[in-house]
Design a protein around this ligand. Structure first.
Ligand code: NAI
Length: 256
């Protein structure tokens, strides 16, 4: 796919940029002239993303990277302050940091599992949104990640579903709050996407094959295919989309 959007001069923050969908989005944006500020809890993998972005980045546009935990509000505030110090503005935010789910019956869910999923997938999205919005001017955009599990109930995924449904409610409410300022907030809801962590939580290659078979298109999505939609939501091509949830799931979500 050829990209028509040009992000030259735009400052883009991505959380969860060290792997999967966040990394794919960073690499794609590096090819469009964006100034990137990449965050993740995993320092080593974040450095790998930086190296993957480097060939496409202009010499004066090497991405800024910072390791931090999205579930800690003060760390998010520090990250945003560092970005403002370096670039002076924030145009696009992709809240992508998240924990993919394990299959656990609700009676067996531990407090630790609840806290880990909620604090990363939901509180992390809130923390970064709250930290960034005061600095976002008209024309800027925010994209949050939900899931096919945020639009459909799935047995044994109750905590993940709770977090991802909540991301949608949160994003739509914030879209109503800031739309009058010309700031847009949208959600991307991926289906089964072939990313490193997803492979491990799904329990190996055979389980992945079964998963792919259950999708209308008989394959999993790629991180690149999700990134394409994120770039569209960031771009002027989606200028009248606000509070939207875009399913990118090969059709799997159609019948619940
Ligand atoms: P991934 O595991 O490949 O990447 C997630 C990144 O988030 C990792 O680099 C990880 O280190 C980072 N992260 C985790 N906790 C963090 C924290 N507390 N602070 C900062 N960074 C943290 O995952 P993937 O598959 O790329 O997923 C990205 C997002 O998309 C997640 O929110 C996930 O729930 C969502 N999603 C993924 C789907 C899939 O099939 N892969 C399907 C639907 C939604």
């Amino acid at each position: 796919m050829s990209l028509t959007a040009d992000f030259t001069g735009k400052v883009v923050l991505i959380t969860g940029a060290a792997s999967g969908i966040g990394r794919a989005t960073a690499i794609k944006l590096a090819q469009t002239g964006a100034e990137l500020a990449l965050g993740d809890i995993n320092t080593l993998a974040l450095k790998e993303t930086l190296e993957l972005c480097r060939p496409a980045s202009k010499p004066d546009q090497i991405p800024m990277i910072l390791a931090y935990d999205v579930s800690i509000a003060s760390s998010c505030n520090e990250f945003v302050n560092a970005v403002l110090h370096k670039f002076g503005r924030i145009d696009c935010v992709f809240n992508c940091a998240g924990i993919n789910p394990s299959s656990i019956p609700v009676e067996e869910v531990t407090d630790e599992y609840w806290d880990k999923l909620m604090n990363t997938n939901l509180r992390g999205t809130f923390n970064m949104t709250r930290a960034c919005l005061p600095h976002m001017q008209g024309g800027s955009t925010l994209v949050n990640v939900s899931s096919v599990c945020g639009t459909n109930p799935v047995a044994n995924f109750s905590v993940y579903c709770a977090a991802k449904y909540a991301v949608i409610g949160f994003s739509k409410s914030v879209a109503l709050e800031v739309g009058h300022r010309g700031v847009r907030v949208n959600v991307v809801a991926p289906g089964y996407t072939d990313t490193p962590t997803n492979v491990s939580v799904r329990g190996g290659v055979e389980a992945m094959k079964r998963t792919a078979e259950s999708v209308g298109m008989k394959r999993m999505g790629t991180a690149d295919e999700i990134a394409n939609v994120v770039l569209f939501l960031f771009s002027e091509q989606s200028s009248y989309m606000n509070g939207a949830v875009v399913d990118v799931d090969g059709g799997i979500g159609m019948f619940g």
